[in-house]
Design a binder for this molecule. Structure first.
Ligand code: UDP
Length: 315
């Protein structure tokens, strides 16, 4: 198959490229490198079944030749990025999804939207299952990301119902692993890099909010299974092992063996406004329809991630 991956030079996208190439497919990456990096795919350049198109998906998309599958991962998914680039965030979720769905229709391609647990906002139902509609503040700082993905889901379903496009929606929960950006501001790279540098780990507020962290290999396996299975509507992909951010900080200290202390800070900017208090996926649907369950333990995944940052950071 010939597979187009938007955001293929990003963290999750680049892992997907490898998996599809290994399976014998042809992979075309489209990325404008605004937050993705050629470093993530440099080892694939030159592969006979790999090609790269530098393009911003918010503009009209042209791809020559047949396309069998499109995975739309282009996105600005880190709170720091979407606070800094709110309009680009809205455009990539809305216009980028429109353009890629149009391409899917024109090519007769199967389509996957990389959606997010952020569609549930600050959830009033816990854990979150796919039939929960969410609790999102449309005009808050996170609204630019959340609403663009909610719009993207609505558009994907409209193309499915009205135009008959063969679509999938993956609601991706917090995912971590090699090739995250050290400076993307999220808790996993922040804590690991702080630990490796011997700096204090910056727990925001009291560290009482919860998250559930999925290793990238598990997530990618889930996406590949979802793409290969006929499933109606969105599917949660994430690891249901939930913990507070303070517990997570202690885990990072243990795994890295750092001397770093844990500090409590109150960010002055808007990054913790509307920060979900809890987040944990109900993955019953993925388990039953995809026969998928994440199986990389947090300690093991963190070891791999720390090894990556050790190699790539100037410590
Ligand atoms: N967080 C933190 N310290 C940091 C970065 C993040 O305590 O240095 C908290 C943040 O407030 C949130 C959680 O960790 O409650 C996860 O944040 P992240 O930005 O990784 O992703 P989110 O799940 O909010 O999209």
């Amino acid at each position: 198959m010939r597979i187009l991956i938007t955001g293929g030079a990003g963290f999750i996208g680049s892992h997907l490229c490898e998996r599809y190439l290994d399976a014998g497919h042809e992979v075309v990456v489209m990325d404008n490198l605004s937050t993705g990096s050629m470093d993530n795919i440099a080892h694939l350049v030159g592969h006979e079944r790999f090609s790269f198109i530098k393009h911003n998906v918010t503009h009209y998309i042209y791809v020559a030749g047949p396309v069998d599958m499109i995975l739309h991962l282009a996105s600005l998914p880190s709170p720091v990025d979407y606070l800094n680039f709110p309009i680009q965030t809205l455009k990539v979720g809305a216009l980028g999804t429109h353009n890629t769905l149009g391409l899917a229709m024109a090519k007769g391609a199967r389509y996957l939207l990389a959606s997010t647990s952020e569609v549930y906002g600050d959830p009033l139902v816990h854990p979150q299952s796919e039939d929960y509609w969410g609790n999102v503040n449309p005009i808050g700082p996170r609204g630019v990301y959340d609403e663009s993905k909610r719009f993207a889901e609505a558009l994907t379903m409209a193309y499915h119902r009205y135009h008959g496009v063969d679509t999938r929606i993956a609601r991706i929960f917090n995912t971590y692993g090699p090739r995250m950006r050290a400076d993307d501001g999220r808790v996993v790279p922040n804590f690991i890099c702080q630990a490796l540098r011997g700096e204090p780990l910056t727990v925001y507020d009291e560290g009482e909010r919860t998250r559930s962290f999925c290793y990238v290999d598990d997530l990618v396996e889930g996406i590949i299974r979802l793409m290969a299975t006929d499933v109606d509507g969105p599917v949660n992909l994430g690891n249901p092992q939930e913990m507070t951010i303070l517990e997570f900080a202690h885990t990072v200290v243990d795994v890295t063996g750092t001397q770093s202390e844990i500090t409590f800070v109150r960010p002055k900017d808007e990054r913790t406004r509307d920060d979900p208090q809890v987040r944990c996926p109900d993955i019953t649907k993925a388990q039953t329809t995809l026969n998928w369950t994440p199986n990389v333990a947090l300690q093991e995944g963190l070891r791999q991630t720390a090894a990556y940052f050790k190699q790539h950071l100037e410590l």
